[in-house]
Design a protein around this ligand. Structure first.
Ligand code: PLP
Length: 375
């Protein structure tokens, strides 16, 4: 059966050109990057060239880019470091963060007895900036603000500059989970008031299990994995050489084709929204569809019926891959903490469709036809 993949916010297929760049580092160029002879130097060059390229694209210094295993590790590291090394005793976050952030701030809150506050959200899911200001101004302790750049379920985009400037005003540390935007939008980190951001290669046609943590040069944290001098003593262990090289190549390609791909994907997403509205009575959209939103994500609420309760399951039977939220809740719907937090309507079933440049209008038409049958 032909499959239609509309779950690109969960992960994307590896680009063939990225694979071609990685392959030599899995075969001939296998040296340990820490070895001093030629094999090692070749691998080291691969890593440091990748770091330079990533830094240039994000307009950061190479010394601010650390390679990690992905978005989760990077967020864990930033949040833990802010508390352990930077004196943050009060964390401000939102209830619609990815679990990589939510579970980490809750863990740190319990372990270190750090205060934890949730910022209010507006009905469309955006952060209530007045409430954020209130929380910061009333705090007696140094704050860590951890708010994601783009929500992976509903697509809402945060104004990094507005939040960053507010954090500056109150001497707070600002971490933003940018996993859904690195490789999808241009970044200018030298001119963005943020201390930590992250990225994951598999969200933009790169390899899985590799990501970055950006640490602003003015922030000094202590090593987070002990046992070796890799990543400038910060993260010990032999590097994921081919992953790192693949991450950089995927980011280069994504940046090269940003204009063309973002326009194409956004048109596809709006086309699907329009087709659904025209053909299924009662559909609504979660988040800020026509406003500040990711161009890759369309989160749809369908009227609940006996049939639609099993919607994801039935879509899967028909070869259509979509999800109920983040990848870990995409099975027989456990429900989404994000939808619950913004507009929990028990008479609706929410499904996230997320697109890449590989998707087509024909696929959208097929999915809409199938949805008409299934609702
Ligand atoms: C917003 C967001 N943050 C963090 C992650 C975790 O990234 P990774 O799976 O690479 O650790 C994801 C992906 O699932 C995500 O969408």
């Amino acid at each position: 059966m032909e499959r239609i993949y509309f779950d690109n916010a969960a992960t994307t297929p590896l680009d063939k050109a990225v694979l071609d760049t990685m392959l030599p580092y899995m075969t001939d160029k296998f040296g340990n990057p820490s070895s001093i002879y030629s094999y090692g130097r070749e691998s080291r060059l691969g890593i440091e060239s990748a770091r330079k390229s990533v830094a240039k694209i994000l307009n950061a210094h190479p010394g601010e880019i650390f390679f990690t295993s992905g978005g989760t590790e990077s967020s864990n590291t930033a949040i833990n470091a802010a508390v352990r090394d930077l004196g943050c005793r009060h964390i401000i976050s939102s209830p619609i963060e990815h679990h990589a952030t939510l579970h980490t701030v809750e863990h740190v809150h319990c372990r270190d007895e750090v205060k934890l506050s949730w910022v209010k959200l507006l009905p469309d899911g955006h952060v209530d900036m007045d409430d954020l200001r209130r929380l910061l101004s009333e705090s007696k302790e140094r704050c860590l603000v951890s708010l994601m750049h783009a929500n992976n379920e509903i697509g809402n985009l945060l104004d990094l500059h507005a939040v960053g400037n507010l954090c500056k005003e109150f001497d707070a540390i600002f971490h933003s989970d940018t996993v859904q935007t690195v490789g999808h939008y241009p970044f200018d980190l030298r001119n963005t008031p943020v201390h930590f951001i992250n990225g994951a290669g598999h969200k933009f046609h790169g390899p899985k299990g590799v990501g970055i943590l950006y640490i602003n040069e003015n922030v000094k944290i202590t090593p987070y994995v002990q046992g070796g001098s890799q990543e400038r003593n910060m993260r010990a262990g032999t590097e994921n050489l081919y992953g790192i090289v693949g991450f950089a190549k995927a980011l280069e390609l994504a940046t090269q084709h940003y204009e063309e791909h973002s326009r194409y994907i956004n048109e596809l997403r709006l086309y699907m929204a329009q087709q659904l509205e025209a053909s299924i009575p009662g559909v609504t959209f979660n988040g800020d569809l026509h406003g500040r939103s990711l161009y890759t994500v369309l989160n749809v609420s369908f009227p609940k019926s006996e049939k639609s309760e099993m919607l994801l399951f039935n879509l899967d039977i028909n070869g259509i891959c979509a999800s109920g939220g983040s990848a870990c809740t995409s099975g027989a719907d456990a429900g989404s903490h994000v939808i619950r937090a913004i507009n929990n309507d028990p008479n609706k079933v929410a499904v996230r469709f997320s697109f890449s440049r590989d998707n087509t209008r024909e696929e959208v038409d097929k999915v809409v036809e199938k949805l008409k049958e299934l609702i």
